[in-house]
Write a protein that binds this ligand. Structure first.
Ligand SMILES: NC(=O)c1ccc[n+]([C@@H]2O[C@H](COP(=O)([O-])OP(=O)(O)OC[C@H]3O[C@@H](n4cnc5c(N)ncnc54)[C@H](OP(=O)(O)O)[C@@H]3O)[C@@H](O)[C@H]2O)c1
Length: 345
């Protein structure tokens, strides 16, 4: 259920930047489904797409350039157009009073810039923030599942292995999979290896000590969102030929002893989280079931007998919805409900 508060805006101009991309298209769908109250819809993409049309709320809209959108000084700009585009243009929108929610990694680790998952850390968001970062998709689903455990027991250490959908890379990766599945050589591959019938232990680029940037995002973003700069975290991120969502195997060492049944109750009661954990009936979360859903699903919850106060669990979510578009629009709904989307040049 979307909540918009008592604030009545006469005009609510919303730009969707990267409207033709994987995340941009889902953002439009989620805005429609949740009936975000828009008076002026401004679709924005690169020069390649300007002048083409998109359908939003049953009407055709012409895609405009970034500059045209800035001139219209929208109340809100929802960005999913990559880090360099965000670095260049998000501050220009902010300068005309627009509040930007950005899906790229451009601002996530900037001091003083909020990195928000509404179920977890809305308290980091304040009225003066003009650029708000949406976390990485694999981080969002992880912290939704961790927050209730952190509150109840405290968390000492995490060992994470991801099984990430190729939709997390964007349209180029889906195109690569499509061509390879038809027995063709990919014309413009997103990955250095085939993704069809393969899994690639390499998400984003290698940066430091043998880790990829995706793995380090999991470490640093999780610490920032959970206000736990010292939390011990290690991760391995793997790309798999799946379309429906990301899966994560998470090994957690808690700060206190726990009863497994009580811990499951804690997860059951958490906002945005659905426990699917009935192994005797072969019931556990899977990307096929998470596809097109907004919740985070958790299952395979079991004690790790090799370490004290430890457990394993399996976390799944649709990376384009809760991992990107839905999280962005939940942030926008909160800003709207607070009355913080008025322009303040
Ligand atoms: N896919 C995911 O699961 C996911 C999750 C979380 C965050 N993200 C982040 O969201 C962003 C977009 O990801 P995606 O998967 O949607 O990528 P994508 O499918 O490749 O789409 C990229 C979008 O950005 C637009 N764009 C590129 N350069 C631009 C420019 N200079 N000016 C204006 N628009 C420009 C493209 O427009 P054209 O069509 O005109 O080229 C397209 O609409 C990335 O930063 C990504 O890291 C993605």
């Amino acid at each position: 259920m979307a909540i918009f508060g008592d604030h009545k805006y006469i005009i609510m101009k919303v730009a969707v930047v990267g409207v033709t991309g994987m995340v941009g298209q889902v953002m439009c769908r989620v805005l429609e489904e949740r009936k975000f109250p828009i008076t002026d819809f401004l679709p924005v993409a690169s020069a390649r797409s300007v002048g083409k049309t998109v359908v939003f709320m049953g009407k055709e809209h012409t895609i405009i350039s970034m500059q045209e959108a800035i001139e219209k000084a929208p109340n809100l700009a929802l960005f999913s157009a990559g880090g360099n585009t965000a670095k260049e243009f998000a501050p220009q929108f902010a300068a005309v009073g627009t509040t930007v929610v950005d899906n790229s990694s451009a601002f996530r680790m900037h001091k003083g810039m909020p990195l928000i998952v509404p179920e977890v850390n809305l308290h980091h968001l304040q009225a003066h923030h003009r650029i708000i970062a949406n976390p990485n998709c694999s981080t969002i689903q992880l912290v939704v599942a961790l927050k209730p455990l952190q509150e109840q027991y405290g968390i000492e250490r995490l060992i994470i292995s991801t099984y990430q959908s190729m939709t997390g890379t964007g349209v180029q990766a889906v195109q690569q999979y499509q061509e390879e599945s038809e027995g063709k050589k990919a014309t413009n591959p997103a990955y250095p290896h085939p993704i069809f019938e393969n899994c690639i232990p390499h998400c984003d680029v290698f940066v430091q000590d043998g880790y990829t940037r995706e793995e380090l995002k999991l470490v640093h973003e999780t610490r920032k969102i959970l206000d736990s700069p010292q939390m011990r975290i290690t991760a391995t991120a793997v790309r798999v030929p799946v379309k429906g969502g990301h899966s994560e195997s998470v090994n957690i060492t808690l700060s206190q002893p726990f009863e497994l049944s009580e811990l499951k109750d804690v997860l059951e009661a958490a906002e945005g989280l659905i426990v699917v954990d009935n192994p005797t009936n072969n019931e556990y979360p899977m990307p096929l079931q998470a596809h097109h859903q907004d919740a985070v699903f958790v299952g395979r919850i079991r004690r790790d007998f090799s370490e004290t106060n430890s457990l394993n669990m399996w976390v799944v979510a649709d990376n384009l919805r809760k991992g990107a578009a839905t999280n962005t629009i939940q942030i926008a709904e909160y800003l709207h409900a607070k009355g913080w989307l008025n322009q303040q040049k």
